[in-house]
Design a protein around this ligand. Structure first.
Ligand code: AMP
Length: 239
């Protein structure tokens, strides 16, 4: 799929080409057969899914900002939904405050410049939400999910679904600020107990309470590869 070039948010006249690293672009293409070797030194681009809400308790913005600082401090680049407000804006601000690289992907209909972060390293304007989600996932070595609403859930569950099918194999880390995801995690365990997912699918995600624990969680993520397709369907034998 031709997706176009990145532009900087301030000057759309300034373009640069985004070249995905060979061997990393696995999404929607079951050709990957190597083990996913997880090593934070090799995780360069981290996609962050996070709330767009500007009406949250301060504890959520504080954690989001710290996540941006932690990732940038470790030399990771961030890809996210380009928002200038909510937890999205806080992550970007945190990373930019540590001279991190932050790339945003936004569909044109959402590209109200008041909402789009104005200081990003790069901005890509795409046609629709589907293209955005695909681009954000295929460009990432790992996914981190902060608290959020329907948009955040959709993005994270697409990552988990692609991982279950072996089409994208990176770590998925949930930051459970203030216990926000306790109910969701209980439901995911319920899904496994009821055999809608297999127990091996529990290895697809990790949970941390604090953003400072995200890098260790990435390092300690279970290996995953395209063989996951073999056990994507739950059977009596593999439940
Ligand atoms: P939500 O958790 O429902 O607030 O949705 C946030 C997620 O959906 C982000 O990760 C974005 O990719 C996307 N999104 C939703 N609303 C916006 C917005 N106003 N600006 C940019 N991205 C948004």
């Amino acid at each position: 799929m031709e997706i176009g070039n990145w532009v900087t948010p301030r000057s759309f006249g300034c373009w640069f080409k985004y070249t995905p690293r060979v061997g990393r672009l696995l999404v929607y293409n079951i050709t990957m057969n190597k083990k996913n070797v997880i090593d934070t030194h090799h995780v360069k681009m981290v996609t962050v899914y996070a709330s767009s809400s500007s009406a949250l308790k301060p504890v959520y913005y504080d954690a989001a900002r710290r996540l941006g600082e932690v990732l940038a401090g470790a030399g990771k680049s961030i890809m996210y939904g380009a928002g200038g407000h909510g937890l999205m804006g806080a992550v970007a601000d945190g990373a930019l405050s540590r001279n991190g690289e932050v790339y945003g992907v936004v569909p044109s209909f959402l590209q109200n410049l008041e909402l789009t972060h104005q200081s990003l390293t790069g901005l890509k304007i795409v046609e629709d939400m589907h293209t955005r989600k695909q681009l954000m996932l295929e460009g990432s070595d790992a996914v981190v999910t902060l608290p959020g609403g329907s948009g955040t859930y959709e993005e994270m569950f697409e990552a988990l679904t692609m991982k279950r099918l072996g089409q994208w194999v990176g770590p998925v880390i949930l930051v459970n600020t203030n216990g926000f995801y306790d109910g969701l995690l209980e439901f995911m365990n319920h899904s496994i107990a009821e055999r809608f997912m297999g127990s091996s699918h529990l290895k697809m995600w990790s949970v941390v309470d604090e953003p400072e624990d995200v890098l260790d969680a990435i390092s300690n993520s279970h290996d995953w590869d395209s063989d996951a397709l073999q056990f994507a369907n739950v059977t009596v034998a593999n439940a």
